[in-house]
Design a protein around this ligand. Structure first.
Ligand code: ATP
Length: 240
């Protein structure tokens, strides 16, 4: 953590896909212990922002500080080792491996087998449905269960900051409720969250702060409450 209480500080991030500039100078901050949401239309650059922060892709320019350290040049595994976990879009779990094997892969940088087994049990108490299915291959799980597995797997690296890409995508309302209540619990246990969501309403309810992205730029920011009350946000992202 930095002296100013920020766990993540992103400055002027630019990302190109060939000739396309997907991020045009994005700056954002996550304070220690906070949930920060990124909302915006399809193609606004939300997924690209998470990928650039976790180094699944290389930013063209910009600076990223994690817990006060300049990590701009570090590869993704070095970030995982420092406490950043990314639960990517499309979940990124292995469908032909069991639930337990997927969890073990989330702890791939750790060597303490007893600690890993203990943490797997922690995830099973957070997600009882995964405990029942621990020896089933992930491909046989429902969409909601797979999403829970993606979150549980990210938690296996004992992150201090978790990046989550669309955890509610394609899930029934009841399952979305469950996912969000787990995210609230995870945050209450001390993990900061940077959350990308199409479900702007739920994201803003959970978030301490939020940013609105439009065509690769941050166009608005504020507390979750402020953005929920903003007429522009209500019209553009809350379907009013
Ligand atoms: P969505 O909700 O649809 O995932 P998003 O806000 O996450 O949208 P990104 O996926 O980050 O947006 O995309 C930002 C821009 O970059 C879009 O214009 C998109 O078409 C483009 N883009 C994303 N990935 C690639 C890629 N691999 N190659 C080329 N262009 C890409």
């Amino acid at each position: 953590m930095t002296g100013n209480g920020l766990i993540l500080q992103v400055r002027d991030l630019r990302v190109h896909y060939g000739a396309i500039e997907a991020l045009r100078g994005v700056s954002l901050e996550v304070s220690q212990g906070q949930v920060v949401a990124l909302i915006g239309a399809n193609g606004a650059g939300k997924t690209t922002t998470l990928r650039a922060v976790s180094k699944m892709l290389k930013p063209s320019t910009g600076a990223i500080h994690f817990q006060g350290e300049d990590v701009t040049k570090l590869p993704s595994h070095a970030l995982v080792a420092r406490g950043m976990a990314h639960a990517p879009e499309g979940r990124g779990i292995f469908l032909n491996l069991t639930v337990r094997e997927n969890l073990d892969l989330g702890a791939y940088l750790r060597k303490d087998r007893a600690g890993i087994a203990e943490d797997a049990e922690k995830q099973f108490s957070l997600f009882p449905i995964l405990a029942e299915r621990r020896n089933q291959v992930a491909g046989t799980l429902s969409g909601g269960e797979q999403q829970m597995l993606a979150v549980a797997r990210a938690l296996m690296s004992r992150p201090k900051l978790m990046l989550l890409d669309e955890p509610s995508l394609g899930l029934a309302p009841q399952v979305v409720e469950r996912i969000f209540s787990v995210l609230r619990e995870v945050n209450a246990s001390g993990v900061s969250l940077l959350l990308v969501e199409q479900n702007a309403h739920k994201a803003l309810q959970l978030a301490h702060r939020a940013y609105v992205l439009e065509t690769g730029n941050v166009v608005m920011q504020g507390t979750g409450k402020e953005l929920l009350a903003s007429p522009e946000v209500r019209k553009a992202y809350l379907g009013e």
